[in-house]
Ligand binder design. Structure first.
Ligand code: ADP
Length: 564
C-alpha cells in the first residue's frame, strides 16, 4: 500500500509539474505574441501617419530596424521594403493582411517558417493614398523556445522528481503508519482515520468472534483428545475412501502401527478378510462387528457408518481388546467341564458301592468296609465342592473382603496346629520360625491360602519328612515361606500347577485327597491380598513357596522356632 501511494503521488506530481511547465510556457508565449502584435500595430499606425504626411521619403530616412517595413501599392506592387529590393519582390495583393487592409483599413496575420521554428507576424494598414503599409516582425515559435529551454527544463524536472520522490515517500509512509500500528484489540488507544473507523470496528468485532470460535473449537478438540487418548479402546475415523482422518494411541497400539502417514488407508494396517469386510460394510452403510486376531491379542471391531444427508461420508471404527474376556470365557467353559468331570468321579464310586450293597453282593462283614469307601468318596466330594465354592467366591469377589491387621506368625501357627494330626500320622515334623509381623489382610482368605500351602507341603511330603514355615521380612515386605522335603515338582509343571484342576500326577493326587484346586485358591487369594508368589522346587528334594505381603505395622517380637 505504501508503494502504491508513493507511486501515485510521484506520478501525480510529475503530471502536475509537466502541465505547469507547459502551461507557464503557453502563457508566456501567448503574452509575448500579444505584446509583439501590439507593438507592430502601434508602429504601423505611427508609420502610417508619418508616411501620409511625408511620403515614402520618411521610410527611407528611418534608421535600420528589426521590423520589416513594406509599402505596397493599391494593386499589390511592392513600392518599398527596408530589407529587400522591391523590384525583385512578387505582388502582395493576395497576402491575407494586405487583402484585409485594402478591404477594411487594417489587417493582420501570422505565418510559420518552413521548419516551424519561426513565426512572422504582419500588421498592415491602408494609407489615405490607398497604399498599404505593412510592418512585420519574426519571433521564435513555442517549439523553438521549448527546444532552447530543454536542458534547464530537464534539470528542473529531475530536481523536482527527486524532491517529489522524497516528499511522496515520507507522506505515503505517514499515511500508512497509523494503519500499520493499528491494534484491533485496543482501538481506543490508537488514533484511527475517521473514514476507517466503521471498517476497523467491523473487523475488530469479526476478530473477536473468530477468536471466540477458535477458542471454542480448540476446547472441543482438547476435550475430544482427552477422551479419545484416555480410552482403552482403539478409535479411528475414516473417510469414504478409507483414509484415516483421526485416531487415538490405543488404535495405534492395537493395530501394531507406529504412526499413520497422511492419507494412509486403514486397510493397510490390517489385511485380514474380517477387517476389510467390516470396513467395506460400514462404508456401505451397515453397522458391523467382527473379532480380529491382532498378534497375541483378539480384538472386537465395531464399525459404524457416518451419514451425512443420506450419503455415507465415512466410518467410525472402535477396537476393543477382548483377549482377557475371551480367555476368561474359555477358562469358565473349561472349568465347568472339569467340575462336571471331577464331581462325576466320586459320585460314580459312591453310586457303584451303594448299588453293590443294595444288590446284596457284599458279605455282611464287608458292609462296613464298603460304607467306609462311600464315606471316603463323600468326603472327597465335600472337599471338592468346598474348593469349588472357594474358587468361585474368589473369582466373583464374593469372599468377605474386610481387611484387618493380622499377625501372620500367629495365623501360620494355627494352621500348623490343624495339620498336626495328619503330619504326625506320616512322621512329618512341622516347625515354625521367624517373628511376629502384622499384615493388613482378609482373615478367611489368608487362612485358605496358608492352609492349602501347608496342606500340600504335608500331602506331597515323604514319610518322616519335614515342613518348615518361616515368617520374616525382606526388602520392605513381610514374607512367609513354606518349605518341605517332599517329592518336588518337575520344572515343566511349576508354572502350570497354579491352573485349576492341574495335577502333576493325577492318580497320586486323587489318592491323597487332592482336588487340583488348592494352588489356584492360593494364587487367587494371594492376588486379592496384594501378595506375590515365588516357587522354588527340585524334583525329589522338596518345594519352597514364598508369599511376599506388603508390610502393615511393624510389631516384631522375636520368637524361637516352634516344633509341632
Ligand atoms: P491338589 O489339590 O491336587 O493338591 P493343588 O492345586 O494344591 O492341587 O496342587 C496342584 C498340583 O501341584 C498337585 O497335584 C501336585 O502335583 C503339585 N503340588 C502342589 N504342592 C506341592 C508340593 N508342596 N510338593 C510337590 N508337589 C506339589
Amino acid at each position: 500500500m505504501t508503494k502504491k501511494i508513493f507511486r501515485s503521488m510521484l506520478l501525480l506530481s510529475m503530471i502536475v509539474l509537466v502541465a505547469a511547465i507547459g502551461g507557464v510556457m503557453g502563457v508566456l508565449y501567448h503574452y509575448f505574441s500579444e505584446n509583439m502584435s501590439d507593438t507592430l500595430r502601434s508602429e504601423a499606425m505611427y508609420l502610417a501617419v508619418a508616411v501620409d504626411d511625408e511620403g515614402t521619403g520618411y521610410l527611407e530616412r528611418l534608421p535600420a530596424q528589426t521590423e520589416r517595413i513594406t509599402l505596397i501599392d493599391g494593386d499589390g506592387t511592392v513600392i518599398y521594403d527596408n530589407m529587400a529590393d522591391p523590384s525583385n519582390m512578387e505582388n502582395h495583393a493576395d497576402r491575407v493582411e494586405v487583402k484585409e487592409a485594402m478591404e477594411r483599413g487594417y489587417g493582420e496575420s501570422s505565418r510559420y517558417s518552413g521548419t516551424l521554428s519561426e513565426r512572422t507576424m504582419y500588421y498592415a494598414i491602408r494609407l489615405s493614398s490607398g497604399q498599404v503599409l505593412r510592418v512585420a516582425n519574426t519571433h521564435y515559435t513555442v517549439f523553438t523556445l521549448f527546444g532552447g529551454l530543454i536542458s534547464p527544463i530537464v534539470l528542473i524536472l529531475a530536481g523536482m522528481l527527486i524532491l517529489s520522490a522524497v516528499i511522496s515517500s515520507r507522506v505515503s509512509r505517514r499515511i500508512v503508519e497509523p494503519m500499520n500500528v493499528l491494534d484491533l484489540d485496543h482501538l481506543d488507544q490508537v488514533p484511527v482515520y475517521d473514514e476507517l473507523v466503521p471498517f476497523v470496528t467491523k473487523i475488530s468485532r469479526q476478530k473477536k468472534t473468530i477468536k471466540r470460535q477458535l477458542a471454542d473449537a480448540k476446547k472441543q478438540q482438547e476435550e475430544f483428545s482427552v477422551i479419545t487418548e484416555n480410552m482403552q479402546e482403539g478409535f479411528l475415523v475414516i473417510d469414504s475412501e478409507t483414509e484415516v482422518l483421526s485416531f487415538n494411541k490405543s488404535a495405534l497400539k492395537l493395530l501394531h502401527a507406529d504412526y499413520f502417514a497422511p492419507k494412509q488407508s486403514v486397510l493397510t494396517l490390517n489385511r485380514s478378510e474380517a477387517f476389510c469386510q467390516a470396513v467395506e460394510a460400514a462404508l456401505g452403510g451397515e453397522h458391523t462387528e467382527a473379532v480380529l486376531e491382532l498378534g497375541q491379542k483378539r480384538c472386537q471391531l465395531i464399525a459404524n457408518p457416518v451419514w451425512e444427508k443420506k450419503t455415507v461420508k465415512g466410518a467410525i471404527l472402535i477396537l476393543i481388546d477382548v483377549t482377557e474376556k475371551m480367555d476368561r470365557e474359555h477358562l469358565r467353559r473349561e472349568f465347568t467341564a472339569n467340575v462336571s468331570h471331577e464331581l462325576k468321579t466320586p459320585l460314580t464310586s459312591i453310586s457303584g458301592y451303594a448299588e453293590i450293597i443294595q444288590n446284596g453282593f457284599v458279605r455282611p462283614e464287608d458292609v462296613g468296609k464298603f460304607a467306609g469307601k462311600i464315606f471316603e468318596e463323600s468326603q472327597r466330594l465335600i472337599t471338592l465342592v468346598n474348593d469349588i465354592i472357594r474358587i468361585s467366591q474368589l473369582d466373583e469377589g464374593l469372599m468377605p473382603y474386610e481387611h484387618e491387621e493380622i499377625d501372620l506368625y500367629e495365623e501360620a501357627k494355627e494352621t500348623l496346629v490343624h495339620l498336626e494330626p495328619a503330619a504326625r500320622h506320616r512322621g512329618i515334623s512341622l516347625s515354625l520360625n521367624g517373628e511376629h509381623f502384622y499384615i493388613s489382610s482378609v482373615r478367611t482368605i489368608l487362612h485358605e491360602v496358608l492352609f492349602n500351602l501347608c496342606d500340600n507341603a504335608v500331602k506331597y511330603n515323604k514319610e518322616n519328612g519335614s515342613v518348615r514355615v518361616t515368617v520374616g521380612r525382606q526388602d520392605g515386605h513381610v514374607t512367609l515361606t513354606v518349605e518341605d522335603t517332599g517329592i518336588g515338582i518337575p520344572q515343566e509343571d511349576q508354572e502350570r500347577v497354579f491352573e485349576r484342576f492341574y495335577r502333576v500326577d493325577k492318580s497320586h493326587s486323587r489318592e491323597i485327597g487332592g482336588t487340583g484346586l488348592g494352588l489356584s485358591i492360593v494364587k487367587h487369594g494371594a492376588a486379592s491380598m496384594g501378595a506375590t508368589i515365588d516357587m522354588k522346587s527340585t524334583l525329589g528334594e522338596g518345594t519352597a513357596i514364598t508369599l511376599r505381603f506388603p508390610l502393615a505395622v511393624e510389631t516384631a517380637q522375636p520368637d524361637g522356632p516352634e516344633q509341632h
